[in-house]
Write a protein that binds this ligand. Structure first.
Ligand SMILES: [Zn+2]
Length: 291
């Protein structure tokens, strides 16, 4: 099988991000995989310009800790402060766009019989890139529910119009029981949604290839997912700019930005549509990184 070795030469130096070529046995494993799990973390969202959890403490939120804003107790104590922070973050997310990594993942799904995206991210960039059935381990900014009866809240269409520095904002009330509406994310001290976690674990145990992308592998229980896959006999490939806690569970570790490496990986495996994503396009995406 031709492994596009010539293409790899230019890959090594691209943007200074990717320091390694894509190993031929990884390309082979990708082409042969029948059941793939893609497991993503904050690094993938950061490449679209979404601030990490702690970087989202600016403006009005500067004097707070994330734990003052992201616990059930914080919401009960000051619902307007917490709801205001989440609407402001939802606005930041809706202003960003999926990047080359999100699009490569959606493209890969079209070429593999069984494909599951498991994400720790609370944005909807995978969905906006075309991925379906995404398992959101930590919930989603685009969902909300009644604190009393659990009824789902439907957000108005469009981007929240919040001031740049954020503001306190009264949460909407439940249409069914009048209870406060809370963000649909998993807060500190809360359990992950059982059905989502079970689905992610089952997919990891059943896959033949797992890609861990832009995650440090430190947040439990999500961080167990790559090890579960490896223990069940799958091979694990990691894409991340720096070494992580997952290194020992990985068959291959590719160092660099996901928005650069994933399109290269797909191109190497001849899994891109007719118009291949090239380096220039990736670079343009990175330049678009947010406000
Ligand atoms: Zn209710």
């Amino acid at each position: 099988m031709p492994l596009a070795a010539a293409g790899m030469a230019s890959f090594s130096g691209m943007n200074g991000n990717a320091s390694e070529s894509i190993p031929p046995d990884l390309i082979l494993a990708l082409r042969r995989a029948q059941r793939i799990v893609v497991f993503t973390g904050a690094g993938v969202s950061a490449e679209s310009g979404i601030p990490t959890f702690r970087d989202a403490l600016t403006g009005l939120w500067e004097r707070f800790d994330a734990q003052d804003l992201a616990t059930p107790e914080a919401f009960v104590h000051d619902p307007e402060l917490v709801w205001g922070w989440y609407e402001w973050r939802r606005m930041l997310v809706q202003r960003t766009q999926p990047n080359s990594a999100h699009r490569a993942i959606a493209e890969l799904a079209r070429r593999v019989p069984q494909f599951t995206v498991v994400t720790q991210n609370v944005d909807d960039l995978h969905e906006r890139a075309g991925s379906t059935g995404v398992l959101h381990l930590h919930g989603s900014l685009q969902t909300a529910r009644c604190i009393a009866c659990g009824t789902a809240h439907v957000f108005a269409v469009g981007i929240p119009d919040e001031p740049e520095g954020g503001r306190r904002l009264r949460p909407p009330l439940c249409a069914r029981c009048g209870g406060l509406i809370r963000p649909g994310v998993v807060w500190f001290g809360e359990s992950l949604p059982e059905d989502v976690l079970a689905g992610a674990f089952a997919a990891a145990r059943a896959c033949d290839l797992l890609l861990a992308i832009g995650t440090s592998g430190l947040v439990q229980p999500a961080a167990r997912i790559p090890a579960l896959a490896r223990q069940a006999g799958a091979r694990v490939v990691q894409v991340n700019p720096a070494p992580t806690a997952l290194d020992d569970d990985c068959t291959w570790s590719l160092r660099g930005a996901a928005g650069v490496i994933l399109p290269q990986l797909l191109a190497s495996a001849s899994m891109l549509p007719n118009a291949p994503v090239r380096g220039g396009q990736c670079a343009a995406d990175q330049g678009r990184a947010g406000p």
